[in-house]
Design a protein around this ligand. Structure first.
Ligand code: IMP
Ligand code: MG
Length: 176
């Protein structure tokens, strides 16, 4: 598969993202909430570059792709969240596409009364957004192509690719 972003580009982008986040929260403790499963590779790299005391939690969102469920109706599973009331919270996801997933989870986290609530994504697809909300921190703006790797999947596969690739027809056997 053809890399859209190489390992080195990703490394540099995450360094810049981490720099902006560290500057914004300087002197504070930050709770990072990763959206499972796509954010895990990004999380592992990002938190190690933050110059801040960090706590980690997770929110689970099943993708609406291939299902009838709307992400707006997501029920947030708080089982993997630390206590966030009164704390600074940064929600982290792999990609901002329509924006519905992030926006729905932000809405639900807000009801838990964090002191502040912002969001960071590695990728934002240009021209796809269906919500008003924009992420506060963005690693890369990318064209409207389907991408895999570095946590992003196609049918659950390719999350372990160390770079990000644009999928093309013919990349998956048996598919047009
Ligand atoms: P949104 O709610 O449309 O913003 O979709 C966000 C979720 O859809 C992400 O967390 C991903 O899991 C998935 N997604 C969107 N675009 C892609 C892509 O190009 N490759 C893999 N997953 C994607
Ligand atoms: Mg996802």
């Amino acid at each position: 598969m053809k890399p859209l972003l190489t390992e080195e580009q990703i490394r540099q982008g995450i360094g810049q993202l981490a720099g902006k986040i560290s500057a914004r929260y300087r002197g504070e403790t930050l709770i990072i909430v990763g959206i499972l499963t796509g954010s895990i590779v990004l999380l592992a790299d990002l938190i190690r570059r933050l110059d801040l005391p960090v706590r980690l939690g997770f929110a689970h969102a099943s993708s609406y792709r291939g299902t009838a469920r709307r992400p707006d109706e997501l029920r947030l599973d708080t089982k993997w969240l630390p206590e966030i009331a009164g704390s600074h919270v940064l929600l982290v996801d792999d990609i901002f596409d329509s924006g519905r997933t992030l926006s729905a989870i932000l809405g639900q986290l807000r009801t838990l009364e964090p002191r502040s609530l912002r969001s960071a994504v590695l990728l934002r697809k240009l021209g796809r957004q269906e919500v008003e909300t924009q992420p506060d921190f963005v690693g890369f703006d990318i064209p409207d192509v389907f991408v895999v790797g570095y946590g992003l999947d196609y049918n659950g596969l390719f999350r372990n690719l160390p770079y990000i690739a644009a999928m093309e027809s013919g990349d998956v056997e048996g598919e047009a």
